[in-house]
Design a protein around this ligand. Structure first.
Ligand code: UD1
Ligand code: MG
Length: 454
């Protein structure tokens, strides 16, 4: 039987370079906090226990971790990565199994990559380090391997000789070992180095000295991007978007300009969907088969069923449910409302807190007046109803199945099935009135002009 797996997620750094009141691990990529990416990654790789290490300013981080069912431990001073992992020792007293160290600022690492690191332990390695060939090794720790490709030690950039600096195989920061071994090695780490920190990377040489094997599991640089500032955050977002688009395209969606279509971590897209350029899907969007999302539409928390057409210029807010084949056109906002099969709201409307029956037609400029300043009220529109242009539906109100409202109506009472509701002042035509009005005005203007010339 495979041994148990636990993870320590390091999130205690100050993240000063983010220049942000929000702690770095809570900044989002693809609409999901970087901390959550790390927690989900650990769990997807079969980790049962997750311990998040936070700093003294990290109360928000700890609360977010606990909300996700993680344990937390405080590192009261940032004395280095080995010290940070050591802060999980008490929590893991009595735990026996594999332990992996992850960071809360590397949101792009994939599950299979982490599973490969665990596999290396199961293949007999005492310590396994996730490494990669860096285009620019810069500030990364260098992985020094022997002729058999066994990892000898890790040298931090600040401590590296010129020869060592030339090494392009570098440390991602992810490291796994048997839990008891790792805590024992951490106990022996010293801080006599350029930064005066307790480096987690020192456990490699210490393990070798004990006769343990250390290995590098090589990953793809594209997954390893670490976020230090908001320029990095933007790069991570771009990488996430590129990956998500690729996945959605391969699953059978069409995009003519994929670089302008934006998804969230949880966007679900069925096959045959078309995204026109410049469309945005925030969290909680599901799009059914063959639906069509037209340009400049903005969707959040919305379910779009098969064959529906959204936009151009539509806004779907949380709780919007657009039924099969329904249509939401330009400058239409839908919030917490269901449009039944084949219903249409094609122009300039607000549909909030509403239930619109199948086949109903909502005319241009229709507004559900759902809010009285205190409470929200529901509008019900029956199947096949026809709402005339510029109708104000003052909720709570029901328009029956097959009923009609005359344009410009302000509907404050329920409308029975198949009735017509007209609610506006009757029209009066005054013959010749406009002509007389113009003549009067023109005469007055002439008189005034003549007076000023005198
Ligand atoms: C670390 C690695 C380096 C690797 C690089 C990858 C060490 C000594 N070096 O360097 O080999 O190439 O990551 O990005 O491990 N943290 C704490 N408490 C601390 C110090 C750090 O929680 O006392 C956290 C930080 O919040 C961060 C992570 O640990 O999430 C890494 O710390 P950082 O200072 O960025 O390490 P690097 O110098 O980048
Ligand atoms: Mg770093």
């Amino acid at each position: 039987m495979a041994s148990p797996r636990a993870a320590v997620i390091l999130a205690a750094g100050q993240g000063t370079r983010m220049k942000s009141a929000l702690p770095k691990p809570l900044h989002k990529v693809g609409g999901k906090a970087m901390l959550d990416w790390s927690i989900d990654l650990a769990r997807a790789a079969g980790v049962e226990r997750v311990i998040v290490i936070h700093g003294p300013q990290g109360a928000e981080v700890a609360a977010a971790a606990q909300a996700r069912g993680c344990e937390t431990a405080l590192q009261d001073k940032a004395l280095g990565t080995a010290h940070a992992v050591g802060c999980a020792k008490q929590k893991l007293a009595g735990y026996s199994g594999e332990l992996i160290v992850l960071y809360a600022d590397t949101p792009l690492i994939q599950t299979d990559t982490i599973i490969n690191v665990f596999k290396a332990l199961e293949g007999g390695a005492g310590v396994a380090v996730l490494g990669f060939e860096a285009a620019e090794p810069g500030g990364y720790g260098r992985l020094i391997v022997n002729e058999n490709n066994e990892l000898q030690r890790i040298v931090e950039a600040a401590d590296a000789s010129a020869d060592e600096k030339a090494v392009r195989l570098v440390n991602s920061g992810v490291l796994a070992a048997d839990s008891a071994l790792l805590f024992r090695l951490i106990g022996a780490v010293k801080n006599d180095n350029a930064k005066g920190e307790y480096y987690l990377t020192d456990v490699v040489a210490l393990a070798r000295a004990e006769g343990e094997k250390a290995v590098v599991v090589q990953g793809d640089e594209a997954e390893m991007l670490g976020v230090n500032d908001r320029a990095d955050l933007a790069r991570a977002e771009a990488a996430f978007q590129a990956r998500k688009r690729e996945e959605i395209l391969r699953n059978g969606a069409t995009m003519t300009a994929p670089e302008t279509v934006f998804f969230s971590h949880d966007t679900k897209v069925s096959s045959g969907v078309t995204f026109e350029p410049f469309t945005v899907m925030l969290e909680g969007v599901f799009i059914g088969a063959n639906a069509h999302i037209r340009s400049f539409s903005h969707l959040e928390g919305a379910t779009i069923e098969a064959g529906a057409v959204i936009g151009p210029y539509a806004r779907l807010r949380p709780g919007a449910e657009i039924g099969p084949g329904a249509r939401v056109g330009n400058f239409v906002e839908v919030k917490k409302a269901r449009l039944g099969e084949g219903a249409k709201a094609n122009h300039l409307s607000y549909i909030g807190d509403a239930e619109v029956g199948p086949g109903a037609n909502i005319g241009a400029g229709t507004i559900t007046c759902n809010y009285d300043g205190f409470d929200k009220h529901v509008t019900v529109i029956g199947a096949g109803a026809f709402i005339g242009s510029n109708t104000a539906l003052v909720a709570p109100v029901t328009v029956g199945a097959g009923a009609m409202t005359g344009s410009g109506a302000t509907i404050t009472h329920d409308v029975p099935d198949d009735a017509l509701a007209v609610a506006r002042a009757p029209q009066v035509n005054k013959d010749g009135w406009a002509k007389k009005f113009r003549a009067l005005k023109a005469a007055k203007k002439t008189a005034k002009n003549n007076k000023t010339k005198e």
